[in-house]
Design a protein around this ligand. Sequence first.
Ligand SMILES: N[C@@H](CCC(=O)N[C@@H](CS)C(=O)NCC(=O)O)C(=O)O
Length: 232
Amino acid sequence: MIDFYALTSPNVQKIFIMLEECGLPYNLKPIDVWNSEQFTPQFTKINPLQKVPAIVDSEGPGGMPYTVIESGAILIYLAEKSGRFMPKDAAKRYDTIQWLMVQMANVGPMCGQLVHFSKYAPPGQDYGHGRYRTQVNKVFDVYEQRLTSQPYVGGDEYTIADIAAFPWLRNIALLAIDLSERPHLKAWIEKIEARDGVKRALARVATVKSSRDNATDDAKDRFFSRGKYALA
Ligand SMILES: N[C@@H](CCC(=O)N[C@@H](CS)C(=O)NCC(=O)O)C(=O)O
């Protein structure tokens, strides 16, 4: 059985989608990051970075319990465990891994910073906001371009490269992104949204309770490593 440490953010949604798509059973272990639950000694033992998602598989390699952190690594682990959503052909597999890395290194961090500077930073952050808005627009253009000539991010089949990118790229309202000139990306979002496994996953995410809308100032400062939590 897989223990899945989670809340509701896009990086966590990837794992909900993968688990539901693969039909792998899991115990949901909510970690309310808006209530500082990521900082407990018990959770820090599972993920020293104090972030969700993380999984602990009681039947890992060699039949032993195994912990995986970082959403991209969790997707690869679950793809290998289930034999799903990772092509067998070597070139297609490397295409999938490359585009998984594009998501992990570019889409997630740039979108995350844009959301931070638009929603959570104090006013007067025009430089940070402008910089991340440009980076996000660039990366959306890269996906639009890629999806112009192929149906899925990795190539001709649905893979973990799509599962990784979808929760971030569908976030157009939060990111204030315009899709009118990105028709292929828009069609891809609608195609992924229509999958039964994705619908099940997003319905499950909607049931997870989070303190996000009433987090204390102290919990927010700790989450964002600012104020008395800033390190020199
Ligand atoms: N690169 C990580 C990022 C994980 C991440 O940023 N998780 C956020 C979810 S909002 C978190 O747990 N933040 C809590 C914190 O930074 O204290 C992944 O893809 O798994």
